[in-house]
Design a protein around this ligand. Structure first.
Ligand code: DXP
Ligand SMILES: NCC(=O)COP(=O)(O)O
Length: 255
């Protein structure tokens, strides 16, 4: 299995969950989730990520379908739908066939995503769902902790990529333990690539910590960023915020 080519530039996928969270606090339809996605794409985002949780606390089914329609006008940009394939994710995959489905082992009422898959427990149940995504032409990424030893099993069940859960890195950033934590992510990424997996990354990445991560972790194909990016957009606007993140990525790749 030839490992995926290292990217000319890490793709930025803008996660618009938090626009939906604000929209849902009134029955006025504003701020528009689809307009946020369009403005992020216009600013240069390589794609859009949503996580339609079963309780619809933020992204709702209509948002998924509207963003899928929006992306028809943006050839080459990707739709990444995240969720638990044992809950509601597969319904969306079947309905809109996104470029990528990210399998996340969240519970239905979970506060936020806070761990990767336990493949010893779940690989047998995940494999047929990965195969179904492939039959629909959808790439599969597994949300994983930075554990090098887990990467062969991720590949063995058919995943195309892993998304490294980066909150532990974000929590360590700027603190004495940062190098040791980053080393674990570097090892996990290399183990994934050696297994033939592409590497994505996400959760709590921001303008401060992104470049250090990309410098230390080789060949990251995609970062999906939402909470901090939307917080920045509240201050700067979507265009300036997205372009700031693209500058962080380019600062690494254009060295
Ligand atoms: C899987 C992950 O880390 C995030 O993409 C997730 O979408 C965060 O969910 P909330 O936006 O609901 O915190
Ligand atoms: N997969 C990570 C994602 O889409 C957004 O995570 P966050 O930036 O909101 O923490």
């Amino acid at each position: 299995m030839t490992p995926p080519a290292f990217p000319a530039r890490t793709a930025l996928s803008a996660n618009v969950n938090k626009v939906a969270l604000l929209r849902n606090t009134r029955h006025l339809g504003i701020p528009s989730v689809t307009r946020a996605a369009a403005l992020c794409l216009q600013a240069g985002a390589a794609g859009i990520t949503v996580h339609p949780r079963p309780d619809a606390r933020h992204i709702r089914a209509d948002d998924v379908y509207e963003i899928a329609d929006l992306l028809q006008a943006w050839p080459g940009r990707e739709f990444n739908i995240e969720g638990n394939p044992f809950h509601n994710l597969m319904d969306f995959v079947r309905a809109v066939r996104p470029q990528q489905a990210t399998f996340v082992p969240d519970g239905e009422g979970q506060f936020t995503s806070d761990h990767g898959w336990n493949l010893a427990a779940d690989a047998a149940r995940l494999a047929p769902l990965v195969a179904e995504c492939h039959a629909l032409g959808v790439r599969v990424s597994l949300f994983m902790d930075a554990d090098p030893d887990a990467m062969p099993a991720a590949r063995a069940l058919g995943a195309d990529r892993v998304e490294l859960y980066t909150e532990p890195y974000a929590a360590a950033w700027g603190r004495p333990g940062q190098p040791e934590v980053l080393a674990r992510f570097t090892a996990a990424a290399r183990a994934a690539q050696d297994s033939g997996l592409g590497v994505n990354a996400g959760h709590d990445l921001n303008r401060d910590n992104l470049a250090d991560f990309l410098r230390a972790v080789p060949g990251v194909l995609e970062v999906s960023i939402g909470h901090a990016l939307i917080a920045d957009a509240l201050e700067l606007g979507y265009e300036a915020a997205v372009k700031d993140y693209l500058r962080c990525i380019d600062a690494v790749h254009l060295l």
